[in-house]
Design a binder for this molecule. Structure first.
Ligand code: G4P
Length: 534
């Protein structure tokens, strides 16, 4: 490896910042994404991403959309340059596209932005995604959104994050007013007040006035009561708040908090600037031969997501690969750790807001999309140089369950084959009843979309028509310890005992309350919400 290429890789690593946004539907993820692109200079007028989403919302037939687009919008990775940084925003599918992929995307992210609606505070989907971030100790940056509407007090929101998530908070900026009187934010690092002007729909960057905290001119710009309120709140923060600690931020123990309004652009640029300063660049990753630094000269990466093309005429599958080390080059050959095969990485794609672009090179922290039908499964490592495998991506707790029925016995073989292959690929989890008479496989998914994909693909790729019989459970836990005692206890109230595709016992509960009940009744049980692969 030449010195030039080694330097090129090091520079690429230093300039890359990769992140995913975690939020509950409607918190403003699409809007914030768009505004980050606007400030990042990747688009010149906000509206394009939203327009596309609106178009998507209007189409009830998801399959039809997939066919028209060839590839799902959900697989978008946005890449843009801002200042000296190459920013990669991994889009976590939400809404009706929420699936296990949403969690898996976080396995490819180096940082997370937790987006919260100021009026609602923490919401269920945000909490779940937060837990996945914590498993990987990802740095979490909090953006409290929609300050232009009446919402909860800043201090109350900080308290909720601290108490419920166990995360220390450090407000980097602080809101001035709220709702109709939301005027701007105070930057605690520079000790400056940023006052913004509202512009229609925030399609252009917001006009801004910056004043020092003690500047007498402040009276011209800010009502007295808001100024005094700000000073009072800042004093409270200084007294009771934590000191900023970047190490804690990087360890996922402290979250820098920003307030703003994505819609009107208030606070977006300040957030972006601080985020880039504090976010982690691509780091070393654990593998079968120890931690591998991103500057390792050989190319390595892993598959975190597979997207099947729903057009029956083009059955290609895109494997999304997170580049971990070295330099990716189009048409290079690599080794596939699971099978030992040599694979040529042809037809690479870089995904941008506007569509597919072909890609020539990629570096650690980047994501590439490859068309390699049938070769890849979730979690697979590809590498050059010494043999290694990155830690697999676990199975995440499914939330919807249904028996999958094949009404046509002559299709038994195709049915079995299809189910096995789709499960191995990671499209769905498959579980089995422990009752000998119930032989139909149970599909277990994080989102409804996964069921649709499985049924659609069984029909199109395996020629098997299937029906679903929904099961009334919503929580799954793998039994890590205490199984023998539980087996002896016999039937459990409102709980179904199943086995996953590796034969591991899993308990399905109707709701969280039932789960708590079982935990109290059987303190010897150790239950996990994720399970390792294999
Ligand atoms: P999501 O991707 O997280 O689901 O949220 P999205 O950005 O689509 O935002 C959800 C709704 O919240 C949208 O309103 C959006 O305009 C609004 N919103 C986002 N950020 C802000 C903000 O800072 N302040 C206020 N007041 N609203 C915000 P909608 O009515 O569903 O759509 P639209 O008619 O505005 O397009």
């Amino acid at each position: 490896m030449s010195v030039e290429i080694q330097t090129e890789i090091e520079q690429a690593v230093n300039s890359r910042r990769n992140f995913a946004i975690i939020s509950h539907p409607d918190a403003g993820k699409t809007t914030l994404t768009e505004k980050l692109l606007l400030y990042g200079g990747a688009i010149h007028e906000a509206g394009a991403v939203k327009a596309r989403r609106a178009q998507r919302k209007a189409t009830s037939d998801w399959m039809e959309m997939e066919q028209q687009r060839g590839i799902s919008i959900t697989s978008t990775v946005l890449q843009f340059l801002y200042k000296d940084f190459q920013i990669n925003l991994l889009d976590t599918p939400g809404h009706q596209d929420f699936s296990e992929d949403t969690y898996r995307t976080l396995a490819a992210a180096d940082n997370a932005v937790m987006l919260i609606d100021a009026a609602k505070g923490l919401e269920p989907q945000t909490r779940k995604l937060f837990e996945v971030c914590q498993m990987r100790s990802l740095p979490i940056f909090t953006f409290v959104n929609k300050l232009d509407r009446p919402g909860r007090e800043g201090l109350e929101l900080l308290d909720e994050i601290e108490q419920e998530l166990g995360l220390q908070t450090y407000p980097v900026n602080w809101p001035i007013g709220m709702g109709d009187r939301f005027k701007g934010v105070f930057d605690r690092r520079q000790q400056q007040i940023h006052l913004f002007e509202r512009r229609a729909h925030g399609s252009q960057t917001a006009g801004e006035t910056v004043i020092d905290l003690g500047d007498p001119k402040i009276e011209e710009f800010l009502e007295q009561d808001l100024y005094y309120q700000l000073k009072e709140e800042l004093e409270i923060l200084n007294e009771i708040g934590s000191e900023f600690d970047l190490e804690k931020v990087h360890a996922g123990k402290m979250t820098p908090v920003f307030f703003g309004s994505a819609m009107t652009n208030f606070g977006v640029q300040l957030f972006l600037n601080s985020f880039l300063e504090y976010a982690l660049k691509p780091e070393g990753r654990k593998s079968s031969v120890g931690t591998i630094e991103p500057t390792y000269s050989e190319f390595t990466g892993f598959v975190f997501k597979l997207q099947a093309n729903m057009d029956p005429k083009h059955r290609d599958r895109v494997a999304f690969i997170r580049v971990c080390t070295g330099k990716f080059e189009k048409d290079m050959t690599v080794k596939h750790a699971r099978t030992g095969k040599i694979v040529r990485l042809s037809r690479p794609q870089k995904l941008f807001a506007q569509g597919r672009e072909s890609l020539e090179v990629a570096y650690p922290g980047d994501v590439i999309g490859l068309n390699n039908p049938g070769v890849f499964a979730i979690g697979d490592t590809i590498y050059n140089g010494q043999k290694l495998e990155y830690e697999g991506i676990p199975y995440f707790s499914p939330e919807i369950f249904a028996y999958l029925k094949n009404p046509n016995p002559s299709k038994f073989k195709q049915f079995q084959k299809g189910i096995t292959e789709l499960q191995e690929e990671g499209a769905i989890q498959v579980m089995y009843s422990t009752d000998d008479f119930k032989r139909d496989p149970i599909l277990a998914a994080v989102g409804q979309l996964q069921f649709e994909v499985v049924q659609f693909r069984l029909q199109n790729e395996y020629n098997v028509e299937t029906t679903l019989e929904p099961l009334p459970y919503s929580v799954a836990r793998w039994v890590a310890a205490g199984w023998t005692a539980l087996e002896k206890a016999g039937r459990l109230f409102n709980t179904l005992v199943v086995k996953d595709s590796f034969g591991r016992p899993v308990l399905l509960f109707k709701n969280e309350w039932n789960l708590q009940q079982i935990k109290e009744d059987h303190p010897e049980l150790k239950l996990n919400s994720t399970a390792p692969v294999g």
